[in-house]
Design a protein around this ligand. Structure first.
Ligand SMILES: Cc1cc2nc3c(=O)[nH]c(=O)nc-3n(C[C@H](O)[C@H](O)[C@H](O)COP(=O)(O)OP(=O)(O)OC[C@H]3O[C@@H](n4cnc5c(N)ncnc54)[C@H](O)[C@@H]3O)c2cc1C
Length: 292
C-alpha cells in the first residue's frame, strides 16, 4: 500500500502546472482530489514519476453563473456542488447524482474535473454532464481549447486530454424554463460505484412535447454513453408512456455492459432500460413543476 517513489510538484499558477505537465509528459500526473489517483498509486496500478498537485493554484474553485452558463472551475469539489443553491434550484439531475457519489469524505476532496478526467465509465459525473450537454475547457502549454463532453471520453480510463493538458473548467448550459432532470443509480450499498445508473434531462415546449432531451448512461459500457438514439427518438414527441418506453428500449440497445461481480450483463441492460424510463418520467414531472 506504499506508492512508488515520485517527485512532488506544487505549482502556484495554471501556466506553471501545464508547463510541468508538458515537460514531464507521460511521466507526470495531475493531482486534484486524489480520490481515484492516490488509491491507484498505493495499489501500484499507477506509478507516475512526477505528481503535479494543482490544489495550491488560487482561483480555480469558482462555481458561477455567467449568462446562460454555469462555469465550474477545476478545483470545485463534489461537496461544493452538493451544497450549491444554484445546483439545487436549476440542476436537479446534478443535485440527484452528486449526493450519491461515494461518501462525504470523498465528496469533500473529489472534484468534478477529476471525476471526468479519470475517464472511468463507473463514475457518475460523466453521464450527468453528457445528459446536460456540458463542454470541457482544456488548458495546455500552447493555449486553451474547448471540447463538447461527447467528444471527451474515448476509451476506458482514456480521455481526449493529451499529455501536458489540464481540465481548467467545465461549462454547463443552464436549462431554460420547463426543464427537468433526474438521476437514478442502482448500487450494492450506499456509497458504492453504480451497477448501472442513468441521468436524463428534458426541456418541454409550449405544447408539452420534448423539445430537448439528454440521456447519459453510467457503467453501461467501456466508456460513459450518451444515448443518442433514445434522445433523437424522443425529441419532438409527447412524453407518453409508450414513447418513454421506446426511449428506454433504445437506450438499452446502445448500452454494452460487461458481466462482473456486481451483476450479469443482461441484468444491467434491463436496468438501463428501466432507469431510462423512470428518470425520463421524473424529469418530465419536474419540468412541469412537480416531483421534487
Ligand atoms: C471509496 C470511494 C468511492 C467512490 N465512489 C464513487 C462513486 O460512487 N461515484 C463516482 O463518480 N466516483 C466515486 N469515487 C471516485 C471519486 O469521485 C473521485 O474523486 C474521482 O473519480 C476523481 O476525482 P479527484 O478530484 O479525486 O481526481 P484525482 O484522483 O486527483 O485524479 C483522477 C485522475 O484525473 C486526473 N486529473 C485530476 N484532475 C485533473 C484536471 N483538472 N485536469 C486533468 N486531469 C486531471 C489525474 O491525473 C488522475 O489521472 C469513489 C472514490 C472512492 C475513494
Amino acid at each position: 500500500m506504499i506508492p512508488q517513489a515520485f517527485d512532488y510538484h506544487a505549482p502556484k499558477t495554471l501556466a506553471e502546472a501545464v508547463g510541468l505537465l508538458a515537460r514531464f509528459g507521460d511521466d507526470a500526473k495531475a493531482l486534484s482530489g486524489g480520490q481515484s489517483l492516490i488509491p491507484l498509486m498505493k495499489l501500484r496500478f499507477a506509478g507516475p514519476a512526477h505528481l503535479v498537485d494543482i490544489n495550491g493554484i488560487p482561483g480555480l474553485d469558482y462555481l458561477q453563473e455567467e449568462g446562460s452558463t454555469l462555469k465550474i472551475g477545476a478545483l470545485v469539489r463534489q461537496a461544493q456542488l452538493e451544497q450549491s443553491p444554484v445546483v439545487k434550484a436549476k440542476f436537479p439531475l446534478l443535485a440527484d447524482a452528486v449526493r450519491m457519489i461515494a461518501d462525504p469524505q470523498v465528496r469533500n476532496r473529489g472534484t468534478l474535473a477529476g471525476n471526468l478526467a479519470h475517464g472511468d465509465p463507473a463514475n457518475d459525473q460523466p453521464a450527468v454532464m453528457l445528459a446536460l450537454g456540458a463542454q470541457v475547457v482544456i488548458a495546455g502549454s500552447k493555449g486553451e481549447r474547448t471540447l463538447p463532453i461527447d467528444k471527451f471520453f474515448i476509451g476506458t480510463l482514456t480521455t481526449a486530454l493529451n499529455a501536458g493538458e489540464l481540465v481548467k473548467e467545465i461549462l454547463v448550459p443552464i436549462p431554460p424554463a420547463n426543464s427537468g432532470g433526474a438521476y437514478y443509480k442502482i448500487e450494492r450499498r450506499v456509497g458504492d460505484f453504480a451497477i448501472v445508473a442513468v441521468g436524463s434531462q428534458v426541456t418541454l415546449d409550449k405544447s408539452g412535447n420534448c423539445q430537448k432531451v439528454g440521456i447519459g448512461l453510467t457503467n453501461a459500457g467501456p466508456t460513459p454513453i450518451k444515448a443518442t438514439k433514445a434522445e433523437a427518438f424522443l425529441t419532438g414527441k409527447a412524453p407518453s408512456e409508450a414513447n418513454l418506453t421506446e426511449a428506454g428500449r433504445l437506450a438499452a440497445e446502445m448500452s454494452d455492459p460487461a458481466s462482473d461481480t456486481r451483476a450479469p450483463a443482461d441484468y444491467k441492460k434491463a436496468m438501463v432500460q428501466e432507469l431510462t424510463i423512470r428518470t425520463l418520467r421524473t424529469a418530465v414531472a419536474r419540468a412541469k413543476g412537480g416531483a421534487a
